[in-house]
Design a protein around this ligand. Sequence first.
Ligand code: NAD
Length: 515
Amino acid sequence: MFTPFKNELYVDFSQPEPANKMKAALDLVGSQLGRTYPITIGGEQITTGSIASSVNPALFSQVVGLTPDATAELADKAVLAAAEAFKTWSKTPVEDRARYLVKIAAILRRRIYEFSAWMVYESSKSYLEAYADTAEAIDFLEFYAREAIRWCAPHPTTGWPGEENTVEYLPIGVGAVIPPWNFPLAIMAGMTMSAVVTGNTVVLKPAEQSPIVAAKFFEVLESVGLPAGVVNFVPGPGEIVGEALTGHPFVRFVSFTGSKDVGLHIYQRIATHQPGQKWMKRAIMEMGGKDAIVVDEDADLDAVAADVVASAFSFQGQKCSACSRLIAHTGIYEPLIEKVAELASKLSIGNPVEGTYMGAVIDADAYARIHRYIEIGRAEGRTILDPGDANACDGWLVGPAIFADIAPQSRLAQEEVFGPVLAVLRAESFDHALDIANSTDFGLTGAAYSNKRSHIDKARREFHVGNLYLNRKCTGAYVDVQPFGGFNMSGTDSKAGGRDYLGLFLQAKSISERW
Ligand code: NAD
């Protein structure tokens, strides 16, 4: 019914045409900053007495937009609205549901520079990072539209004489969608619409740091006539709105992406049966990482250094897939550090509206946390590149930090920093490097560089991460090319943008009729 799925490709911002289109979009969005976007529940627009402003992290004086903070009562109202909408949405033919996603994707594609510009302002993404985020959102929509049709078609069963046996996949109910701020469009839209296209209805509580991008997406949902109550837009603090949603007896599943600590808290919370709750809540949890790039003694150091810098410092290291540990064979340890440091020291940093490679980190908390880890890095290792002490003027700017000779069990080697801080660890051999790589609680992404077949094969077998990259960087997964999600404390082993993902929002019904 639809043409086969293919990924949205990026543009090259060193070329005048994309660069000019982005500048025009930044001007357009710049003229729309400072507006207020309502809570929307069952189609009803609502405001509250508490209004939160979302500011440009690289320019404190610039308010990108405002949203009312929802309350626990409004979270309850939103769950009830979603439950009401579920009665009809769950019975809407899957082809009709899928068409909404394809239409939304078409609108995002037409407005790709504009949506990207919102992320340059609100999330301090570079032009390319913002564009990639919108492109990934389009991919999720297009891919899940096709996948839903496949999942909801009759599934084969083994024949049995005198009977007709079928298996159907049904939606499960009302979901709480709780995304992070770091892929404010792609992850938010992917989490929301994967649940919706499979026939569920949701309450979307965007991250506090990126509600405006979510509000712009919600406007698109309204513009295509998605029935009221299928997605309810409920911005507000996680500790209040998120807490009310995850504890609600009518919520059937929680789709969460965020930190390990919040993820574990939610996991425990949803395990507790609430009065009136008829089901075991399902959890789809994507959590943090402590991702490593392992480099063998025979690797091409120039190529590796460029990939390490891109993996560690693009979007200020604020990707769950970001390289935060460089584990280098002792034979190439010092020259590799030198090359990485040289490239990193040349990265431009500032307000990305001006076209810099790095922007600001997301907020005051992130800025303080990253500086705490820079202190730890100075104490635990040898300083290679130091962005200096905290001293924010107009924005939360932190340059790249590199610390070498970090011990595998030290804090900088074990804890997720979520910022532009790279720990470098020395390995005596490739095997030793893999042991170090596997020695954290996480297991999200990892890369290994080697020219030795036996080493690459060993990494294939033993590097225990959900997304393994061999002789390429550890960031930048494409939908259905590298389905994404981690092992261990990185989540519940799901794969966003993969062919088994939609099964997480469905339940199978076996129907047997005897003739
Ligand atoms: P976070 O855990 O602080 O917040 C995530 C979401 O949870 C937000 O919407 C927040 O409001 C909400 N929340 C906070 N407290 C809550 C509570 N008590 N109940 C319910 N909801 C609550 O994470 P973040 O800072 O937004 O995102 C960064 C983290 O996300 C990093 O750890 C990163 O590695 C991880 N991440 C993982 C993936 C992945 O695919 N595995 C992708 C992106 C980000």
